[in-house]
Design a protein around this ligand. Structure first.
Ligand code: FE2
Length: 379
């Protein structure tokens, strides 16, 4: 007997909340709500959004009967004049609670202090005019969290144009763009010529921006070398060296602040951020914006030493790239993963001007997916 025409009753078993279906890898259970909600006809092919409204069902969806016909499962619903036809291939893909494949879910590759010669590099023209180069650029940002764009035109528009290759420019409470040069009345350590210790930006915001772009417009000063480190690489090592300290930094929310005459921004963040799989996805760290940590003092007996052990590890030469970003270069990096800083410089020795902005991490991944994959609806 041909398998595809086997008696239907042996392939599907109806339950009260769902059905069990025999698939090539064994039996798989599917909930009735899920089956009804994801019926291919529940979606508008034009808008590509779900047009079916499950809230309008008067009763819980229950199958009156279900059969396998060819390469599809047919469900006749008990309380509705509707039949669902769902491809078996599609059910195979989600059997056992599998996650929907995400082409942007690329494995992160840790890097160390000797990485600078290997940092992915693209010209501004390549990223803005060549789709494949743009894809490679976004892939570098997902996998390594950093890339350098060279041959930037010496204009304000060049930075915006670059940012728009992955998404919209994302303002912060400082505004849409920022100019890093020495200021007469600085409101931020960045606006002085002092050293800037390794940090992630705007930790006091509830959602710190995901991607940072720093366009070096002029750099003729003595000193001021750029420091960049992979916080994920350091945090992964810390997890091995000091599992208790790691857990404290990954599980304890601590306050950050940013305050001046007319703002007082505050938020609670974890120093080490874990993703949905429990893997290190990034950091939120800034020694100059850590607020008064108002946690129980006995908890601080353990938290502070762990914070200092990790902070020292992060500054180790093993993790820190030191280089001078040249005029015409733009470094683009994941603000939740890559820590950055700057050595002190002599303000009177020349000009140093960086224009910067941010974009969103989710939007960057969205652009990457759209470049590499067909999605659920594109054909
Ligand atoms: Fe910064």
């Amino acid at each position: 007997m041909n398998v595809m025409t086997a008696p239907v009753a042996s392939a599907v078993t109806l339950g009260t909340k769902g059905l069990t279906l025999s698939l090539s890898k064994g039996d798989a259970y599917f909930n009735y709500y899920w089956l009804r909600d994801n019926d291919p006809t529940s979606f508008n092919p034009e808008t590509r959004e779900r047009s079916f409204d499950i809230f309008h069902l008067s009763e819980a969806p229950v199958a009156r009967s279900a059969t396998v016909e060819g390469d599809a499962l047919l469900i006749d619903w008990a309380n509705e004049d509707h039949t669902t036809r769902m491809p078996l291939e599609w059910l195979e893909a989600y059997a056992g609670g599998n996650r929907r494949p995400d082409p942007a879910d690329l494995a992160r590759r840790p890097w160390y202090g000797d990485h600078y010669p290997e940092v992915a590099r693209f010209t501004h023209a390549e990223v803005t005019s060549d789709g494949e180069k743009r894809r490679q650029w976004l892939e570098a940002l997902i996998v390594e969290g950093v890339a350098v764009v060279t041959e930037m035109p010496d204009t304000d528009a060049a930075l915006t144009e670059l940012a728009n290759q992955m998404g919209q420019v994302r303002p912060t409470f400082f505004g849409t763009y920022f100019d890093v040069k020495t200021h007469i009345n600085p409101t931020n350590t960045a606006y002085t010529a002092s050293a800037l210790e390794l940090h992630t930006d705007t930790p006091a915001e509830e959602h710190a921006p995901g991607i940072q772009l720093l366009h070096m417009r002029a750099n003729t000063v003595e000193g001021g070398r750029n420091l960049f480190g992979d916080g994920m690489a350091a945090a992964n090592d810390f997890r091995e060296i000091d599992p208790k300290g790691f857990r404290l930094l990954a599980e304890t929310d601590v306050p950050f602040y940013c305050e001046h005459d007319d703002y007082d921004m505050r938020s609670w963040q974890r120093i080490i951020e874990l993703d949905q799989y429990g893997e290190v996805s990034g950091l939120t760290i800034s020694q100059h914006m850590l607020d008064l940590v108002d946690l129980p003092q006995t908890l601080l007996d353990d938290w502070y030493p762990a914070f200092c052990r990790f902070g020292k590890l992060l500054q180790d030469d093993k993790y820190v790239m030191r280089f001078t970003l040249k005029a015409g270069e733009c470094i683009v990096f994941d603000n939740h993963r890559i820590v950055h800083g700057r050595a002190a410089y002599t303000a009177s020795s020349g000009d140093r001007y960086i224009r910067g902005c941010y974009t969103d991490r989710a939007e960057m991944r969205s652009t990457y997916r759209a470049l590499v994959a067909e999605g659920r609806f594109k054909r």
